[in-house]
Write a protein that binds this ligand. Structure first.
Ligand code: PMP
Length: 461
């Protein structure tokens, strides 16, 4: 009898999820205090309500804190670690690049990996003849998209949706919806944003049946754009997340985006698809616009692009980007444009997404989660809605009156953390648990996380 050799599964570099000391442990507390003594206030964790655990290491779908606790990460670090934290191919690319060239010179002296990543990205665009404009963050890539639309149309105005999140720099903030982020800066956000209703099936922004929601929202968009046009204030850009991310994981009805793209074309408004969150497989498609076969005028990416290094990009057809052509200094650039380490990491991350078939993996993951999360919503009273697609899911917590329950949501975050699972709250009221793990999450880590979620939810009842 011949014996079959099966290679034992290689051990995870961080070992199994485990809680050694109730988080945040003493070292996390000490480091958070040290940070608070020297950093501006307001930018560390959910200050005051949920003291942070301080990260020390991360690999795949697991994170270790400075007290030795190991968590399953359902955040992918703000949906960045799609290929997993510290993917060995990304790490190897960064190490080898670091020994050769750490820094280029923005728009003046480019470098080889920038040329390679630009070509690779352009080839992935969901439209022909694509060109790339690099940025150092998602927000900056949004700025480039909005500036492109301004130059191309001569119109500075921006139309954006309820629940949209596009970043917090001044330009991007014009498009971001949440009043809390905008209010202190409103006077600087001119001209006023044309706010449009996003067809949110769980919270219809207009009185409409599920069947007429998309149509009703489109009619409203058309009417508001027409009124703006009649006043001489037609926006140059209409920016949209194909699936709302940070503000609650909201999937619009099928076909809506396609109709919206048609409306933009008809009115001569540039359609900017913000895929900073959804891009590179998160929704089970390479880009979420593909669900509706939409070709946006500008596509914005960031987060997962470089497997953990900071980079963003705007993509558009060559003809659209012609508006930037000029002699002399670039009209938009920055010191760290297309940083060589980030470019090398980006090439490696794109290879991993392809070789490990992560887009298909995310789609299959989402199909498996649909029933489990619906069942959780059915058995846990606090969960008002479970929704999502691919590796992008949400549990929306409501109190018995049906109102958002942000305090209970923070308790569930805390409860999950105590059980070895990191999960983030999002949504305009902070009452939506976002389940956006690395696309490489293993089934046993997910089973562990689901049990923790269920237990933490039970504790709130
Ligand atoms: N757009 C979307 C859809 C996002 O989710 C984010 C970040 N959450 C941004 C833009 C801004 O990206 P960054 O935080 O890298 O500036």
């Amino acid at each position: 009898m011949t014996s079959v050799q099966v290679a034992p599964p290689s051990p995870h570099p961080l070992g199994p999820p485990r809680i050694l000391t109730d988080p945040p442990g003493p070292r996390s507390r000490a480091l958070a205090a040290r940070l608070a003594a020297s950093e501006a206030p307001g930018v560390a964790g959910f200050e005051g309500t949920l003291p942070p655990v301080v990260w020390e290491a991360a690999a795949g779908a697991r994170v270790r804190d400075v007290d030795g606790n190991v968590y399953v990460d359902l955040t992918a670090g703000f949906a960045v670690a799609s290929v997993g934290h510290a993917h060995p191919r990304v790490v190897a690319a960064v190490k080898s690049q670091a020994e050769r060239l750490l820094h280029g010179m923005g728009d003046v002296f480019p470098h080889d990996v920038r040329a390679e990543l630009a070509a690779r990205l352009a080839a992935q665009a969901p439209f022909d003849d694509a060109r790339v404009y690099f940025a150092t963050s998602g927000s900056e890539a949004v700025e480039i998209a909005l500036k492109t639309a301004h130059l191309a149309t001569g119109r500075p105005g921006v139309a954006a949706f309820t629940g949209g999140y596009h970043g917090l720099t001044y330009g991007a903030l014009r498009a971001t919806a949440r009043a809390e982020f905008r209010a202190p800066f409103e006077a600087a956000l001119a001209p006023p944003t044309l706010r449009l209703p996003f067809p949110d099936p769980d919270h219809p922004p207009i009185p409409a049946s599920p069947a007429s929601l998309a149509e009703g929202c489109l009619a409203e968009c058309r009417a508001r754009l027409r009124v703006a046009g009649a006043r001489g204030a037609l926006p140059g850009a209409l920016i949209v997340e194909p699936v709302l991310g940070r503000e609650g994981v909201v999937v619009p009805p099928a076909g809506w985006l396609r109709e919206l793209a048609g409306l933009c074309r008809e009115l001569g408004v540039l359609l900017v698809a913000d895929e900073v969150f959804t891009g590179f497989g998160r929704t089970g498609l390479r880009f979420a616009v593909e669900a509706d076969a939409v070709e946006p005028d500008v596509l914005v990416v960031g987060k997962a692009l470089a497997g953990g290094l900071p980079i963003g990009a705007a993509l558009a057809r060559a003809e659209i980007f012609e508006v930037w052509r000029r002699d002399g200094e670039a009209l938009h650039t920055s010191t760290f444009l297309a940083n060589p380490l980030a470019c090398a990491a980006g090439i490696a991350a794109l290879d991993v997404i392809e070789d490990e078939r992560l887009v298909e993996r995310a789609a299959a993951w989402g199909r498996r989660r649909r029933e489990e999360l619906a069942a959780l919503a059915g058995t846990r009273r606090a969960v008002g809605h479970a929704r999502g697609v691919g590796a992008m899911w949400a549990l929306e917590l409501l109190d018995p009156s049906g109102a958002p329950a942000p305090a209970a949501t923070r308790e569930v975050m805390r409860g999950c953390r105590g059980r070895g699972v990191l999960v983030l709250a999002g949504g305009p009221s902070g009452n939506v648990l976002q389940i956006t793990p690395p696309l490489v999450i293993e089934e046993d880590d997910w089973a562990f996380a689901l049990e923790a979620l269920s237990g933490a939810l039970a504790d709130t009842e």
